[in-house]
Write a protein that binds this ligand. Structure first.
Ligand SMILES: [Zn+2]
Length: 446
């Protein structure tokens, strides 16, 4: 078994791993590096091009697979979940793997389809929609290799761990890892199956080590639900506007916002393209419990006419909108620039059900946005949120259940990944021998 750490081993983003068994290669995830994408947005006003994406490091540098002679040997591509840092790059790289099957769960594949549509690209790869907790033969594999999707909890719908069953043993891919035992939508992780797999031979584990340095568990979505209850109980009522913003792909969180928001008796309206897109995908797969409780405005004209109504009927609406990272042209950005009919006034409410993704661009943009809104007298509540990545304790549990022969930290900078090597030492793994701290574009031969 040879493992190529294509992307996401030196940064948070552009996750991609390739595994070679005999003469067959399998790809796990193919994501965007979002700071690169933001840089590109500044440079290329109309769509993205692959050369542009490569220039800013926005996609995994899969040209390593050409150098290794692996690209022609790719037999299948597997996607773990719908986040852009796991599937965004595939929109632009899929054509380098023509006619190769892409496997993913229903929500992941719906989001991928919508990304492809948005990008205006054509791909000819067959899309294989699979259920969580299911196992599939790879048709084009002569080695009889199978892929298994194991249900996982994270911060979007239909997340899975991926187990590649090979003659040499199992290659296990656990991005992104978080054990939430009390999810508010869907089931807890499939611990039973993880333990069973641990009894078979797990040869290698690629593990999400973003928070390997912290023992403290982030808390599950149930905690976020209580935080939201608190936040809503503190808002200024009466004729004060009420806005809340969160991650558009976090359907479970949106469901909690709607559930608790309904108690305010305000009409709930979702504003913004990305919210409409992810909610639309959830709706198409029948996993949007709040669909008939909210109104959704996608296009600018619709958004502006709703905001006009909010301006004159501030106490009547609960607005769920985009802009938690102060992204350019998000609803919050537009409002704060005075680009809409609606203007925040003294005593209006804004809840951030999110944390700032700590990149320079985001930190600076949010600081500016918050300062501007506070100056206007807006009551801002921040960090009403629990994040979707597990702690060191979750990683410890996973290693205990799977008992892999080799451990490979991923999903972070080397600084974030290094503590996982230390954790692996607890179990007797030896760095360079059975635990491997790798940069992008390296090979591990097992
Ligand atoms: Zn994720």
């Amino acid at each position: 078994m040879e493992i190529c750490t294509v992307g996401g081993f030196e940064e948070v983003g552009k996750n991609m791993t390739a595994v070679k068994i005999g003469e067959e290669v399998f790809i796990f995830d193919c994501g965007f590096f979002l700071p690169g994408i933001i840089e590109l947005q500044e440079q290329e006003k109309i769509g993205y091009s692959l050369p542009g994406l490569r220039r800013v490091g926005g996609v995994p540098d899969d040209r390593i697979l050409d150098q290794l002679g692996w690209r022609e040997k790719v037999k299948a591509i597997f996607l773990s979940h719908a986040h852009l840092d796991h599937i965004g790059g595939l929109t632009f790289l899929a054509n380098r793997y023509p006619h190769i099957e892409i496997f993913g769960t229903a929500f992941t594949m719906k989001v991928l389809e919508s990304l492809i549509e948005d990008a205006g690209v054509k791909i000819n790869n067959p899309l294989r929609v699979v259920n969580s907790d299911s196992r599939h033969k790879i048709k084009s594999s002569k080695e009889g290799i199978e892929i298994e999707f194991v249900h996982a909890t994270h911060s979007t719908l239909d997340c899975a761990y991926l187990a590649l069953h090979t003659k040499e043993g199992i290659f296990f891919y656990s991005l992104d890892l978080k054990f939430d035992n009390h999810p508010t939508l869907g089931n807890p992780p499939n611990y039973q199956r993880l333990k069973e797999l641990g009894k078979e031979k797990v040869k290698a584990l690629v593990i999400d080590s973003l928070y390997a340095y912290t023992e403290k568990k982030p808390g599950g979505e149930k905690i976020a639900e209580h935080l939201l209850e608190d936040a809503f109980s503190k808002v200024n009522q009466g004729d004060k506007a009420l806005f809340i913003t969160t991650f558009s792909s976090h359907i479970e969180r949106l469901n909690n916002i709607v559930k608790i928001g309904q108690r305010t008796k305000r009409e709930i309206v979702f504003l913004g393209r990305s919210l409409a897109k992810y909610v639309g995908c959830a709706l198409k797969i029948g996993k949007c419990p709040f669909a008939n409780k909210v109104k959704i405005a996608k296009y600018r004209g619709q958004v502006d006419s709703i905001l006009k109504k909010v301006e004159s009927g501030r106490g009547r609406y609960l607005i769920v909108c985009t802009g938690h990272q102060a992204e350019k042209n998000s609803i919050l950005d537009r409002i704060s620039r005075g680009d809409t009919y609606f203007k925040f006034r003294e005593g209006d409410n804004l809840i951030f059900s999110s944390s700032v993704i700590p990149t320079e661009v985001n930190l600076e943009a949010r600081e500016k946005l918050d300062a501007k809104l506070r100056k206007m007298g807006v009551k801002i509540q921040v960090d009403v949120h629990v994040h979707g990545h597990g702690s060191r304790e979750d990683m410890r549990e996973l290693i205990q259940m799977l008992k892999p022969e080799h451990v490979i930290p991923a999903h972070g900078s080397q600084v974030q990944e290094k503590p996982l090597i230390g954790l692996a030492e607890e179990f007797g793994y030896i760095e360079g021998k059975t635990s491997h701290l790798k940069k992008n574009g390296e090979i591990i031969t097992i």
